[in-house]
Design a protein around this ligand. Sequence first.
Ligand code: HEM
Length: 135
Amino acid sequence: MQNIMLYDTVNEGNVAKMVREFYAILVEDDLVGPYFVRALGADLKNEKWYEHYQILNKFWLMLMNGEPGYFGDPFGPHAFLGELKSETFERWLELFKELSNKYYTPEIADKFYRKSEILAKQFIERLEITGEEDE
Ligand code: HEM
């Protein structure tokens, strides 16, 4: 799963590639996939997905490089996806970690991971997911 050449900078081109591949992986995942299919549909080439990629590209360029361009509220949509569990976030993080290491040098992949972990924790707190009520 390792690329021969790892990117040592984050730019629009490589972020866009990773974002696309990430969601192709997520929709196939039995835990995380259904949330995306419900919200955006099963066709990864439809308009909603296209818009999602554009938003996420800008989101990552802001978080990683401080580039302006993302004006959204990352938390907002997650409040309306149905019940999200902590293990769903854990799976998301695990798949993201794996993929960011396929694209980027370890330093950059770690930074991606740290950023996403902070957000996942905030989402879990704000959504009041305890992880204890799971059967
Ligand atoms: C359980 C894990 C997650 C699931 C199932 C999930 C699902 C989704 C879905 C379905 C959308 C699109 C909603 C819509 O447009 O109607 C979305 C948007 C988004 N997600 Fe997640 N997500 C998860 C975790 C995360 C994490 C950890 C991050 C941050 C690193 C993140 C960042 C975002 C951002 C930035 C948006 C776009 C928000 C906007 O419209 O401005 N998500 N997510």
